[in-house]
Design a protein around this ligand. Structure first.
Ligand SMILES: Cc1cc2nc3c(=O)[nH]c(=O)nc-3n(C[C@H](O)[C@H](O)[C@H](O)COP(=O)(O)OP(=O)(O)OC[C@H]3O[C@@H](n4cnc5c(N)ncnc54)[C@H](O)[C@@H]3O)c2cc1C
Length: 324
């Protein structure tokens, strides 16, 4: 059952910030994750601050440099349907179209997608786990088939968002407003590993709002993609996902940013794979090497070793697809 709370619906970011600063509150974007968390007792708050009446947070605009500014309240469906996104940032369009179901994409916002809570069944269930302030992670020796193979330390969640690895690969920046200042944070720097803080997923303070995502103009020669493998054909989180943003100079790789989903408690940068392909023509031997490098440092748990060949195969297929 949903607990009781006060619901406020400010019309400007400043009004929303004033409420967040004034009393213990939670931000309500589309509510598709938040309401479940309240119902399950994962989160609690006296006040919900809905952003839904704040027009300045809505929509996708062209930036002066030719890039895009995506308002926090833009729905995942709008991102997936945007021609500007599809033309310059295929990885983001593909990731957004793979999120959940049409209904959830229509209601869920891009900022909510980045800030959603993890899906670990111990965390979401009636377990006093480390992430909820308890003393242990139940996944280490439990049902850990969907948990992480990189970056696990005390807690073994996987980061759930599909759009986060795509945006990180594309070098997107989040604009964050707080009570007295605003700041810019690279998408990959938004997230926190359990070794840094096992009870937070992001660096956002409770009185801060993610207001906008900024994508710079696509570099000449940029090709990007996102693909995820999931248990069901639809409406499911990634078992393994690969976001590629590769800048080609002719047929040579000039630069590469590669992030994995379903792999780690944060969107996981596959640095060894990036290093394996930069400066190469991405021939078959290089693709094999990069795919092997992707999983070389993986540390699977008892039940999720299958993710190693899954990531290796997915990386191979995605690199082959992007070079052709
Ligand atoms: C059945 C199901 C399947 C799903 N499958 C997928 C999937 O395959 N891939 C995927 O990526 N996601 C999936 N999701 C998650 C879904 O995409 C997210 O729930 C949705 O995008 C979140 O957006 P929202 O606006 O509804 O967020 P909300 O529920 O409103 O908020 C989520 C969290 O973000 C915080 N928040 C929201 N907006 C802001 C902001 N502007 N600034 C700071 N904090 C903010 C809230 O306080 C809350 O903690 C699934 C969800 C469900 C219920």
């Amino acid at each position: 059952m949903l607990p009781k709370f006060t619901y406020v619906r400010p019309t400007t970011v400043n009004e929303a910030l004033a409420v967040l600063n004034d009393r213990p509150s939670l931000i309500h974007g589309g509510g598709t994750d938040l309401l479940g968390c309240l119902r399950e007792g994962v989160l609690s708050a006296e006040t919900l601050v809905s952003l839904s009446a704040i027009d300045e947070l809505k929509g996708i605009r062209k930036a002066k440099d030719g890039g895009l500014r995506i308002g926090a309240l833009t729905t995942v469906a709008e991102v997936s349907a945007s021609e500007s996104v599809a033309q310059g940032y295929a990885a983001l369009a593909e990731a957004a179209s793979e999120v959940a179901s049409p209904q959830l994409r229509n209601q869920g916002t891009i900022a909510g997608n980045l800030c959603q809570k993890p899906r670990c069944w111990y965390y979401r269930g009636h377990f006093d786990c480390l992430r909820k302030g308890g003393e242990m992670c139940f996944a280490v020796e439990g049902e850990n088939q969907y948990h992480c193979i990189f970056g696990g330390d005390m807690c073994y969640i996987v980061h759930p968002s599909d759009t986060a690895p795509a945006l990180a690969a594309l070098g997107a920046i989040c604009r964050v407003s707080g009570p007295s200042t605003s700041r810019s944070v690279a998408v990959e720097s938004l997230y926190v590993l359990p070794s840094e803080d096992p009870q937070s997923e992001t660096i956002l303070n409770p009185d801060e709002i993610l207001t906008e995502i900024v994508l710079r103009a696509p570099a000449n020669g940029l090709r990007s993609s996102y693909r995820k493998v999931r248990t069901r054909g639809a409406w499911d989180f990634a078992l393994a996902g690969v976001a590629l943003a590769i800048v080609f100079d002719g047929d040579t790789v000039r630069s590469a940013r590669i992030f994995l989903s379903g792999a780690a408690p944060v969107p996981w940068q596959a640095k060894a794979a990036e290093a394996a392909i930069v400066g190469t023509k991405l021939d078959a031997a290089t693709v094999e090497k990069a795919a092997a490098a992707t999983v070389a440092s993986a540390e699977p748990l008892q039940l999720n070793g299958y993710k190693i060949p899954l990531f290796e195969g997915l990386m191979k297929e995605q690199l082959e697809a992007i070079r052709s």
